[in-house]
Ligand binder design. Structure first.
Ligand SMILES: C[S@@+](CC[C@H](N)C(=O)[O-])C[C@H]1O[C@@H](n2cnc3c(N)ncnc32)[C@H](O)[C@@H]1O
Length: 333
């Protein structure tokens, strides 16, 4: 076959042909690896290449590199590290796992397969919880009389399915008087949340438990008594849609983090059945869901009046799709 095509499809051979004493700049290496990724059908070829080169140069984004770093020839070690990381991307590993870290809101979190990589839309789920907590802290009901009108509440938040800890740790970071219980059924997720909490010095206000919402006993979730808020980005993909997910997801991420069963509601229903047992009166549940779910959840809650929960608001994601549910508890436990 055409040797050039052959080399592009086989980057080892192409790299051997490169002159290792040549001076190669960051900009040139970005184009080089972009070309290799494109020739191999790797999605987001340019972005992947930029992230890898920037990471090795100690920057978050290519955009943030100054003119000096862009024009300085890379060292052999840097080029070899870029090659090593790019080889992983060529195996369709998501760039977040390739780099081993990713940003979520203002935090940099460690990432490790197969623990679910936080998605950008989930940042909006965190914003909704923060808005509610800020509103509560301003509400006169939380003041404890004349002696101490400035007392702020100390919300207790439960996150179900914490993955890497993105939601739980972002909430702790923004709510300095809050405490969070973060649970996940997977040991790998619990360990990664723990590591991320420690790296971010947020370990003192969090309890991290291996807990399966389908089988665990609710008493375990109350180390600090009834909770103000339950938040979850549960597995909610309809089982029939799983096969259409990108190869990056199917090969590297834990599919148990995504597969919500036939109607995507398997774990959602477990969370809603648990919520009234552990929430304070007027406590809230915030869920990220599929756009088909808000109506399905409303119907299901109507068929379960015993849960005393109702949808109080549905919020849209940045594409205008209904993706976030605010559900409220109405009665004493
Ligand atoms: C979509 S991921 C969300 C991870 C993280 N909260 C985020 O937004 O990046 C769902 C998480 O729920 C966990 N999970 C799935 N089923 C569960 C169950 N029955 N009980 C507890 N956690 C569960 C998965 O292991 C996974 O970490």
């Amino acid at each position: 076959g055409n040797p050039d095509t052959c080399c592009v499809l086989n980057p080892h051979r192409l790299l051997r042909r490169q002159n290792y004493s040549a001076k190669v700049t960051a900009t040139e290496l970005v184009s080089y690896w972009q070309g290799v990724f494109e020739a191999n059908g790797i999605p987001e070829a340019q972005e992947s290449s930029k992230y890898i080169v920037s990471y090795v140069l100690g920057a978050k984004t290519f955009h943030s590199l100054d003119a000096g770093s862009l024009s300085t020839p890379l060292t052999l070690e840097q080029r070899q590290q870029i090659q090593q990381l790019s080889m992983k991307r060529l195996q369709r590993m998501p760039v977040q796992y390739v780099l081993g870290e990713w940003d979520f809101r203002e935090l940099t979190l460690k990432m490790r397969p197969p623990v679910f990589i936080p998605r950008p839309e989930t940042e909006d789920l965190v914003s909704l919880v923060l808005e509610e907590e800020f509103q509560r802290s301003r509400s006169p009901a939380v003041n404890v009389g004349h002696q101490c009108p400035t007392v702020v509440p100390h919300p207790v938040i439960l996150e179900i399915g914490c993955g890497s800890g993105a939601i739980a740790l972002s909430l702790l970071n923004k709510l300095p008087t809050s405490r969070v219980i973060a649970v996940d059924k997977e040991e790998a997720a619990v360990n990664l949340t723990r590591e991320n909490a420690q790296r971010l010095q947020l370990q003192d206000r969090i309890r991290i438990l291996c807990y399966n919402v389908s089988s665990g006993s609710w008493e375990q979730l109350l180390p600090w008594g009834p909770v103000d808020t339950v938040v979850s980005n549960p597995p909610y993909v309809f089982h029939g849609d799983m096969a259409h997910l990108a190869e990056e997801i199917l090969s590297y991420e834990d599919l148990g983090a995504l597969d919500g069963g036939n109607d995507g509601m398997r774990v959602i229903k477990k969370i809603l059945a648990l919520a009234p047992r552990i929430l304070k009166d007027n406590g809230s549940v915030f869920l990220e869901v599929d756009p088909r779910h808000p109506e399905m959840v409303e119907n299901w809650l109507q068929s379960r009046p015993d849960l005393s929960l109702s949808v109080s608001a549905t919020h849209k994601d940045f594409f205008g799709k209904p993706r976030f549910l605010h559900i409220q508890n109405h009665k004493a436990r």
